[in-house]
Design a protein around this ligand. Structure first.
Ligand SMILES: *[C@@H]1O[C@H](CO)[C@@H](O)[C@H](O)[C@H]1NC(C)=O
Ligand SMILES: *[C@@H]1O[C@H](CO)[C@@H](O)[C@H](O)[C@H]1NC(C)=O
Ligand SMILES: *[C@@H]1O[C@H](CO)[C@@H](O)[C@H](O)[C@H]1NC(C)=O
Ligand SMILES: *[C@@H]1O[C@H](CO)[C@@H](O)[C@H](O)[C@H]1NC(C)=O
Length: 546
């Protein structure tokens, strides 16, 4: 822009005046009374933000995670340690019924550090400076004309006010789902046309969170994968025996594979557009197309590419030292929370699943919660009475432990939540203190000498030290072998879990019957024993896709 000298001079004068005013205000501020001060403090904070150093209390910082996250959140340079994403493109898929609820939080967090990305939907829209592409814009008229799945597509376009005002959440949620499957293949075609030639394409949904530091470290270094090969990576699901990468968890396609699918098979998209009416899901259709035309199958990348979120992830064996690449079912608040966690971690070490537990979940763990569920259903204990068995749901019936394999505590577990809580205690292991007490106690009886003498004797007796070490190793193995971490009790059904997870509230039943209550509890000693026995994860266990 060409600026005349006089207008430049004017700008300088205005600038000096502004600085003068701020200086005066800072000087005068302490003399204002309290009410004015509160107002002024807000004003001052916005001014200080303007100068680029907004520092707040870190709302995640709490008792139990002080070692993990810092007390303050310095939000002034969010992208300072963001990785270099050259050659990697994010493609996000959403729908007009949810776009404004879900997308803005991504834009405020991870997407604010990405130099480029694409967002597809079932309607062309604009969110601030960001364009949302209509994946279905080129869908053949003939294929959608008599297809009721496209009713929502047509209705959305005719909505004369905001989409939210035209939407009925219940009815349109199902319709949005029915429409969703048609977006996948056209989205592949448009992605290649708009942004050809990238090494990697990461496809995510608006409730997927991508851990960029890990994704880039893995793709560019740890995985040793070559984007010139035809690769399709994700969390494997099956429908009708066909394996596919679950869409909501996010999946990764190499540039070479996308190029082959779109450039070498011009008919594939329109063929699958017609096929869509008879298939359940778009992520399945994509897998079918990749198999049919390129003979490429999904390579399993779970649990790094993950369908859970921090509060539902089953922490424990197989979910601990593994780095995390994606999570699913994340609402706007959860996305912001995980971003804040990434931003305020005290280390830039690879983020492993255990870090999510220690930073976000551990502070929320307590002995039990009422009206709480979705935790435990690995092993179940039911009232053996035939009538009670008939009433029980199939899921927990299938998971019953056999009568002759049960110990006495397990046999009684269904009777009350207190009984249920005792099941995990039967796996408890004495800790080292107990060996100490027993050992010292035995020797003190023989010679009531000083504790120091006893310790020296212990340390210098090789057989004793070896026995102690062997005992400790076997106790550690037992701790790691634990299979009961938590329980849920409801309607005389007790179930326990082989992992630990937080779960979610469960609405209180209308009747005040005690049996109808949902009670969930965590065996904190067992959980902490297991964590201790696992030790530090000195090396993250990156998963090799297979
Ligand atoms: C920050 O936290 C402290 C206590 O932890 C509290 O006293 C203070 O008011 C908080 N500051 C803001 C700006 O919320
Ligand atoms: C916040 O971060 C910025 C940039 O990294 C830095 O210049 C500033 O000093 C930090 N502020 C505080 C209070 O630590
Ligand atoms: C519990 O899990 C089931 C299936 O895993 C899911 O459909 C349901 O929404 C979950 N409920 C809660 C309260 O999280
Ligand atoms: C732990 O589990 C392994 C494998 O299931 C088993 O071989 C081993 O004996 C168990 N160790 C202990 C101390 O229970």
């Amino acid at each position: 822009m060409i600026v005349s000298p006089s207008s430049r001079r004017l700008k300088i004068i205005v600038g000096i005046a502004a600085v003068g005013l701020i200086a005066t205000y800072v000087h005068v501020r302490p003399r204002w009374n309290q009410a004015t001060f509160d107002y002024a403090r807000d004003y001052y904070q916005s001014v200080s933000s303007y100068f680029g150093s907004p520092v707040y209390n870190n709302t995640l910082y709490t008792e139990g995670n002080e070692g993990m996250v810092s007390r303050y959140y310095n939000s002034s340079s969010p992208c300072a340690s963001f990785p270099n994403t050259d050659g990697v493109l994010l493609v996000m898929k959403t729908g007009a019924t949810e776009a404004f609820d879900r997308v803005p939080t991504h834009l405020l967090t991870t997407l604010s550090c990405l130099p480029d990305f694409l967002i597809f939907s079932d309607m062309e829209q604009q969110i601030g400076p960001y364009h949302i592409y209509d994946a279905l814009a080129e869908f053949e008229e003939s294929a959608k004309a008599h297809n009721a799945d496209f009713d929502l597509y047509r209705d959305q376009k005719e909505c004369p006010v905001s989409q939210k005002s035209c939407v009925d959440a219940k009815r349109d949620g199902q319709k949005a789902w029915n429409l969703d499957k048609y977006k996948f293949l056209p989205m592949m075609e448009q992605t290649w046309r708009l942004r050809p030639g990238r090494d990697w394409y990461i496809f995510a949904e608006a409730d997927t969170y991508v851990f960029w530091a890990n994704v880039i470290q893995w793709l560019k270094k740890e995985s040793r994968l070559n984007p010139r090969e035809k690769l399709y990576l994700g969390s494997r699901s099956f429908i009708g025996g066909t394996p596919f990468a679950h869409g909501g968890s996010g999946y990764i396609i190499s540039g070479t594979l996308l190029k082959h699918l779109i450039e070498y098979h011009p008919g594939v998209v329109s063929q699958y557009n017609v096929k869509g009416a008879n298939e359940c899901c778009g992520d399945l259709m994509l897998a079918q197309a990749l198999e049919e035309y390129e003979n490429v199958k999904i390579r399993q990348t779970w649990p790094m590419i993950n369908g859970e979120k921090p509060s539902t992830l089953p922490y424990g064996p197989g979910h601990w030292c593994e780095p995390i690449l994606t999570m699913h079912h994340m609402n706007a608040e959860e996305i912001s929370t995980v971003w804040q966690f990434e931003q305020t971690r005290k280390t830039d070490r690879t983020l492993m699943i255990k870090d999510l537990y220690e930073g976000l979940i551990k502070p929320k763990m307590q002995v039990s919660r009422q009206n709480w569920d979705n935790l435990s259903d690995d092993v179940c204990y039911l009232n053996p009475d035939p009538q009670a068995q008939q009433r029980a749901d199939g899921h927990s019936k299938e998971r019953q432990k056999k009568e002759d394999e049960m110990n006495d505590v397990e046999k009684e577990a269904w009777k009350s939540w207190e009984n249920c809580a005792r099941v995990c205690e039967t796996e408890d292991v004495p800790d080292e203190g107990e060996w100490e007490r027993e050992g010292i106690f035995g020797r003190e009886n023989e010679s009531p000498g000083t504790a120091i003498d006893t310790e020296i004797a212990e340390d210098t007796s090789p057989s004793d030290a070896a026995a102690r070490k062997a005992w400790k190793n076997s106790m550690n193995e037992k701790k790691r072998n634990r299979t009961c971490f938590q329980y849920r009790w409801h309607e005389e059904v007790c179930c326990t879990a082989k992992s630990f997870k937080l779960g979610a509230p469960k609405t209180e039943p209308d009747n005040s019957d005690l049996k109808a209550k949902w009670v969930s509890g965590w065996h904190l000693k067992g959980i902490n024993d297991w964590i201790d026995a696992m030790g530090e994860c000195t090396k993250p266990t990156w998963k090799t896709p297979d």
